[in-house]
Design a protein. Structure first.
Length: 494
């Protein structure tokens, strides 16, 4: 049983290759928490806020709060810093990116001849998730790459892992993957790397050790973007209704590297390294409905519902292994040799958001948003696929309903604005391997005639356990994640 769990975790947690896993689903559920500088400065709260185009992404009815058309664009400077602690080993890694993360336009049509006194049409692009990140970690482990390859090789006959006569090794690697699947492909790498062998008794490890020193490095890149068409309508300027249709685009890329040494002298190899590459792309569709009620000029309540997002996904992978016992031609299996896989489908869960805006005076406003989203409802489709069904059940068991709260205050004096905000997210994983996150934010703005320039600054922290292989093994790192984000937004009223 332990070996089966090890094999699963190696394939899923560390490599993240062809097999779609709960960890992949969780990655795509993580929100970027970006948007406009004003909303970010207010703790990501603003679904009932007038005058910010990003509020329409939170609640599409917010478009009917505008009296005039508008256009805005935002640029984000994003820094991720990770501090990994593994026993006595400490590593740090960071990455910084600069991107245009939001652009929106809105047309407003007003009528004084109907109770439906306002209608709006607009578009927006929002970067809903950013994957740019780096992790470095190291530590001692009791089991290594040989156990990974053994776990997969034992699922297949040895003859299935052999090249044909006059077949190049890279051709055999790709053919075995197509004919017999991912597990056989890993067994093939294990045999020809010299880490495992085969005799009349079956597969066996060709390296021995009492403990290994492992060094792990992972670099992630990519974004999730949402292109939205939206419309809203106002009834007597008291009840506002809105809806949107979104096309979502996903790009994710990961390079991971594991090096280990500490093999005993009788072993065939003295050290080994294993590199993996994953590229995932997807196209999704979703919709959203929202309502706002203006109880008075100073008090606005709202709610919005976002449907699940249905994605069509595709994966490409590549691998590279190096040992001093490997077959020389094994170097031809490298990142230039891609594995292509069939498309599959993914569903991310729906969400429900409640919004409040309170204008206490001409110079002070308070806003708050509360959102619920059940991470356990994320699925691979169709559920009739036995592998997908197993992962979907694991998702329900591993992840819970996530609650997000954002509150903020905005102070206005003349044409100058200052903002403060706080946001938190509950623990998403059952079992505590991922901690709650908290963030504080601030921002300033300057309004001149029909233009406004805003800046927002946000700092978020979260603790997370990252396992090189599996929670059963002692090679885990406690990663303290820190994110610092600066956004600038320019808004022009039409």
């Amino acid at each position: 049983m332990k070996r089966q769990l090890l094999m699963l975790a190696l394939g899923l947690s560390f490599l993240g290759l062809k097999a779609q896993t709960t960890e992949d689903l969780y990655r795509y559920l993580q929100s970027y928490q970006g948007g406009s500088a004003r909303i970010m400065g207010l703790g990501q709260a603003g679904g009932a806020l007038k005058g910010d185009l990003y509020s329409i992404s939170i609640n599409p009815a917010a478009a009917a709060l505008f009296d005039y058309g508008a256009f805005s664009v935002s640029t984000a400077l994003n820094n991720n810093s990770n501090r990994s602690q593994t026993g006595e080993f400490t590593d740090t890694a960071s990455s910084t990116t600069l991107k245009i993360n939001q652009a929106s336009g809105l047309l407003v049509f007003v009528s004084d001849k109907s109770v439906w006194n306002k209608i709006t049409f607009g578009f927006s692009y929002d970067q809903t998730a950013a994957f740019d990140n780096r992790i470095k970690a190291g530590g001692f482990a009791e089991e290594g790459l040989d156990r990974f390859f053994l776990g997969f090789a034992e699922q297949h006959n040895y003859i299935d892992l052999l090249p044909y006569d006059n077949e190049f090794i890279e051709e055999a690697y790709r053919r075995i993957g197509v004919d017999y699947g991912y597990a056989a492909q890993q067994g093939f790498l294990g045999v020809y790397s010299g880490l495992i062998g085969y005799d009349e008794l079956g597969y066996f490890s060709r390296v021995s050790y009492n403990g290994l020193l492992q060094r792990y490095n992972a670099t992630k890149k990519g974004v999730m973007g949402k292109f939205t068409l939206h419309s809203s309508i106002s009834f007597k300027d008291r009840i506002l209704l809105g809806g949107s249709l979104a096309i979502q685009d996903l790009k994710f890329e990961r390079f991971s590297y594991l090096e280990e040494d500490g093999y005993d002298t009788p072993s065939t190899a003295s050290k080994s390294s294993f590199d993996n590459y994953l590229f995932t792309s997807g196209i999704g569709v979703s919709s959203q409905l929202g309502m706002l009620i203006k109880l008075s000029k100073a008090f606005v309540l709202g709610a919005s519902y976002a449907t699940p997002t249905w994605y069509t996904m595709n994966d490409q992978t590549a691998q590279r292994i190096s040992t001093d016992a490997a077959l020389e031609d094994l170097s031809y299996i490298n990142f230039g040799l891609l594995n292509f896989y069939d498309d599959y489908r993914m569903k991310l869960p729906s969400s429900l958001t409640f919004n409040v805006a309170l204008h206490l005076s001409e110079g002070m406003s308070l806003v708050a948003d509360y959102r619920r989203e059940n991470y356990g409802d994320a699925q691979y489709l169709p559920n009739s696929n036995a592998s997908f069904a197993a992962e979907n059940q694991a998702m329900k068991s591993a992840y819970s309903t996530v609650e997000r709260l954002g509150v903020g205050a905005e102070f206005t004096k003349g044409n100058r604005l200052i903002r403060f905000g706080y946001s938190s997210q509950s623990v998403p994983a059952i079992g505590g391997s991922i901690g709650a996150s908290t963030a504080i934010s601030t921002g300033i703005g300057y309004h001149y005639q029909n233009a406004q320039l805003d800046f927002g600054l946000r700092h978020e922290t979260r603790d997370e356990n990252v396992y090189f292989f599996d929670a059963l093994l002692p090679n885990a790192a406690l990663v303290k994640r820190s994110n610092l984000r600066l956004i600038a937004t320019y808004t022009l009223s039409l």
